[in-house]
Every structure is written in structure tokens, then in C-alpha cells.
Design a protein around this ligand. Structure first.
Ligand SMILES: *[C@@H]1O[C@H](CO)[C@@H](O)[C@H](O)[C@H]1NC(C)=O
Ligand SMILES: *[C@@H]1O[C@H](CO)[C@@H](O)[C@H](O)[C@H]1NC(C)=O
Ligand SMILES: *[C@@H]1O[C@H](CO)[C@@H](O)[C@H](O)[C@H]1NC(C)=O
Ligand SMILES: *[C@@H]1O[C@H](CO)[C@@H](O)[C@H](O)[C@H]1NC(C)=O
Ligand SMILES: CC(=O)N[C@H]1CO[C@H](CO)[C@@H](O)[C@@H]1O
Length: 410
């Protein structure tokens, strides 16, 4: 297994190297490198948003179709009062079921009168008044996934204009009830429509990873789902982490792999499992979209979602997705470069029992002779080191340790 993982990493790394154009001469052959893949030149929707992974909240994981304007407004209030807004969670995103089942007589989407009686423009004004941004949901097919509202296929320009007029800041674009045509075509149409609409809207492609979107979606939008839907189980987060990991080299500022929204706080996993979920999502530069009911979130939930040291890893300006670099019997080492020649490391015990996990400097791209400080991002303390080139941690089952190694000058 270790051999397989190493081989895979080396293979991916070689591909990554092959894609380097401008930076080839400065790349070291250590396992991780400082610098995102800049070879995929960027296109269309280069509208300045999502230079770091988007952060916010989305209604689906907790509320599904049971949403209304009161819930969304009180959630926006809670995002501010809990301090999450100040930590960077700024998008308040509606998912499916916000619209009437039929368009109006001019063919426009309209808010569902029974649940959003004030309309989406008023909701956007409210959310903006709190210093937050409003996201909306649509679908690259004939109907949305709930089958309760119209899809946008063939209505891209009209719907993008509607969203811009309402003051929408983020669009999640789903893939249900499509006509079987290439997602590249359907998702590109909405990309052009958003440019035409003239408002800088973050475009999140929800194509479920079916046609390897990492290879093309960065030409059309800012984030793309790499997998099917997440659910609130350990099996789901471990399998999604592994799938999303395969596409790391395609991520960079303005273009991110999306392993789906967070389940932290929804009750299906232990505190250690949620901590692992949040740590790995942050390290993989995933969008951090809270999926629980923020209004009733426990202190423990808020202490995970509100860990500023972990959030800073996710929002690091270098924008390189961290990757799994070693796995044996469920004991895993994930790592990635950060700005300032720092390295983030997660030691993750995916087995059923407590275990020791070690990591050597060489395998995470640090020189064995370099002196580093080691910061524990969950204990909020510096680790005192026995040796200069390797460390070992005792990790409980399904738990992780997360560190930043900072080289010391001199
Ligand atoms: C949750 O996801 C896992 C992993 O993909 C899957 O095996 C399981 O069936 C899903 N559970 C539900 C309730 O959808
Ligand atoms: C690559 O990094 C290693 C370890 O940090 C260092 O010993 C080596 O000199 C570097 N090689 C190049 C070409 O920079
Ligand atoms: C957590 O930090 C405290 C100091 O703040 C330190 O005494 C303790 O050893 C740390 N625990 C771990 C597991 O690193
Ligand atoms: C230092 O050594 C002790 C005893 O072997 C071990 O428990 C501990 O995890 C080590 N600390 C580090 C940071 O490697
Ligand atoms: C991957 C790994 O090392 N997992 C370990 C987690 O802890 C249990 C209990 O000690 C070990 O058996 C596993 O090997």
C-alpha cells in the first residue's frame, strides 16, 4: 500500500512537473513543492473572486428543501453573532427549493411566494447589510434535483441576468435532469452568461466529478465538485477525501477542487471525526461551507469551525492543495506547502485504535538538517522536539494531529 501510494504520488508529481512551464528550473525533487500549477492558463470568468477557497454556509446538508427567508436571515444573524463571519465565513448560500415550480409569464425564475414572500432581492439586501454575501442555486438541466423548480438549461442568459439584478454573489450549478449533452458545453454556457451579466459572481460547478471536471472546469468557473454528494458518515468523508486527493495538482488561486460541503455539527460523527473532516478539508484547500444549523451549533461545533489556525491553512495565499503522502494500515500522513516556506502536516489515524504516527522532514519536503518550530493547530501550542528531523505523535482512532512546521532562520 505504501509503495502504491508513493508510486501514485511520484507519478502525479511527475505529471505536475511536466506541466510546469515557468517554474521548472526552480522545482526541487522533494515530495512537495512550493508553487501551484500555473500552466493551465485561465480564461473567462477571471473576475477576481475566490483567490482563496470560498467560505460560508449552505442550506442543503441540514435543511434540504425545508428553507424559508426567516431561516436564512436568522442564519445570517448567527454567522455574525457567533464570530464566524469575522473568521471569513461570508457566503450565505441557498440550495435547492427556493423558487416556484414554474417561471413567470416572461420566463423568469421567481422566488417561492409561500417561503420567500419578500423575494430574493430583499434577502440579498438583508444579507449584504450584515456584511455577508448571498449565494443561489440553479441546475444545468430541465429541472433541479428536487424536481421542484425549473432548471436553467436553455435559460442561461436570462437566469444569470436575474441573479445579477437581485445582487447574487455565488452560484452553485447542479447537474440533474440534463439532456445528456456534454457538461463542458452546458457549464460553459452558464459561464458565458455570468460574464455577460456583468456582476462578479463566484461560479461553483456541481457536476459530481463525472467527467473529470478538474481537467476542464477551471476554464469556466472557480470551484468544481470532484465527487458525488457527501453524507454525515465516516465512510463518506474518508472516501471523498481520497477521491478529491487525486486532483490536487489542478487547484490554485481562483480554481479549487470541491469535495462538497461540511457535515461538522450535524450529529452523525464523533468530535474527533469532525475534527479530522475539517482538518483534511482545510489542508486540501476545499471550499469551507458550513452545513449545520449555525443558530443552534454547540460550543464544540463552533470550536471546530472557528479554529482560526486551521482556517489560516485553508486561506493561505500560496493556494497549493495538500495531499496524502503516505498510508499504511489506516495510518496516514497528509502534507502540503504554505507560504513562507512553511509546511502543513496532518497525521491521521483512520484505523480503529490509538496509534503512533511518525513523520520525517525529508518526506514532507523539508531538509533533514533544517531547524523548524512545530505548531499544534488543535492544541494551540508549540511542540517540543526530541529530534530535529522527525516527530512522532500518539493519535486516537479516527483522530488527527495537525501541525505547521516553520523553518527557523540561521
Ligand atoms: C454515504 O456515503 C457512503 C460513502 O460514499 C456510502 O457508502 C453510503 O451509502 C452513503 N450513505 C447514505 C445514507 O447515503
Ligand atoms: C532539494 O532539496 C534538498 C532537501 O531540502 C536539498 O538537499 C537539495 O540541495 C535541493 N536540490 C535542489 C536542486 O535545489
Ligand atoms: C497542549 O498544550 C499544553 C500547553 O499549552 C502542553 O502542556 C501539552 O503538552 C499539549 N498537549 C499535547 C498533546 O501536545
Ligand atoms: C518524543 O519522544 C517520546 C518518547 O519516545 C514520544 O512519546 C514523543 O511522541 C516524542 N515527541 C515528538 C515530538 O516526536
Ligand atoms: C494508520 C495507523 O497507524 N493506524 C493505527 C491507529 O491506531 C491503531 C491502534 O493502535 C493501530 O492499530 C492502527 O494501526
Amino acid at each position: 500500500m505504501a509503495f502504491t501510494m508513493n508510486f501514485l504520488f511520484v507519478a502525479l508529481f511527475s505529471l505536475w512537473l511536466a506541466h510546469q512551464v515557468t517554474e521548472a528550473s526552480s522545482v526541487n525533487t522533494t515530495r512537495i513543492s512550493h508553487g501551484p500549477d500555473r500552466a493551465h492558463t485561465r480564461f473567462l470568468l477571471s473576475n477576481g473572486v475566490a483567490r482563496t477557497p470560498p467560505m460560508g454556509w449552505n442550506s442543503w446538508n441540514h435543511f434540504h428543501c425545508d428553507i424559508d427567508e426567516k431561516t436564512v436571515k436568522s442564519t445570517a444573524d448567527a454567522i455574525v453573532s457567533t464570530g464566524l463571519a469575522a473568521l471569513g465565513y461570508k457566503y450565505v448560500n441557498l440550495d435547492d427549493c427556493w423558487a416556484e415550480g414554474e417561471r413567470d409569464n416572461k420566463g423568469n425564475l421567481r422566488a417561492k411566494a409561500s417561503t420567500f414572500p419578500s423575494g430574493i432581492k430583499a434577502l440579498a439586501d438583508y444579507v449584504h447589510s450584515k456584511g455577508l454575501k448571498l449565494g443561489i442555486y440553479a441546475d444545468a438541466g430541465k429541472q433541479t434535483c428536487s424536481n421542484k423548480m425549473p432548471g436553467s438549461l436553455g435559460h442561461e442568459y436570462q437566469d444569470a441576468r436575474t441573479f445579477a439584478e437581485w445582487g447574487i454573489d455565488y452560484l452553485k450549478y447542479d447537474n440533474c435532469y440534463n439532456d445528456g449533452s456534454k457538461p463542458q458545453t452546458r457549464y460553459a454556457a452558464m459561464s458565458r452568461a455570468l460574464i455577460n451579466a456583468g456582476r462578479p459572481i463566484l461560479y461553483s460547478l456541481c457536476e459530481w466529478g463525472q467527467e473529470d471536471p478538474a481537467k476542464w472546469a477551471g476554464s469556466y468557473g472557480h470551484t468544481w465538485r470532484t465527487t458525488g454528494d457527501i453524507n454525515d458518515t465516516w465512510a463518506s468523508i474518508t472516501s471523498i477525501a481520497d477521491s478529491n486527493n487525486l486532483w490536487g495538482r489542478y487547484a490554485g488561486p481562483g480554481r479549487w477542487n470541491d469535495p462538497d460541503m461540511l457535515e461538522v455539527g450535524n450529529g452523525g460523527m464523533s468530535i474527533e471525526e469532525y475534527r479530522s473532516h475539517f482538518s483534511i478539508w482545510a489542508l486540501m484547500k476545499a471550499p469551507l461551507l458550513i452545513g449545520c444549523d449555525v443558530r443552534s451549533a454547540s460550543k464544540r461545533t463552533l470550536s471546530i469551525l472557528g479554529n482560526k489556525e486551521v482556517i489560516n491553512v485553508n486561506q493561505d495565499p500560496l493556494g497549493v492543495q495538500g495531499r496524502k503522502i503516505r498510508s499504511k494500515g489506516g495510518l496516514e500522513v497528509w502534507a502540503g506547502p504554505l507560504s513562507g516556506k512553511r509546511v502543513v502536516v496532518v497525521l491521521w489515524n483512520r484505523s480503529q485504535t490509538r496509534a503512533l504516527i511518525s513523520v520525517g522532514w525529508r518526506e514532507i519536503g523539508l531538509s533533514p538538517s533544517s531547524t523548524v518550530t512545530v505548531r499544534d493547530l488543535w492544541n494551540h501550542s508549540f511542540v517540543s522536539m526530541n529530534k530535529s528531523y522527525r516527530m512522532t505523535a500518539n493519535v486516537a482512532a479516527h483522530a488527527c494531529k495537525m501541525y505547521i512546521m516553520t523553518p527557523v532562520r540561521g
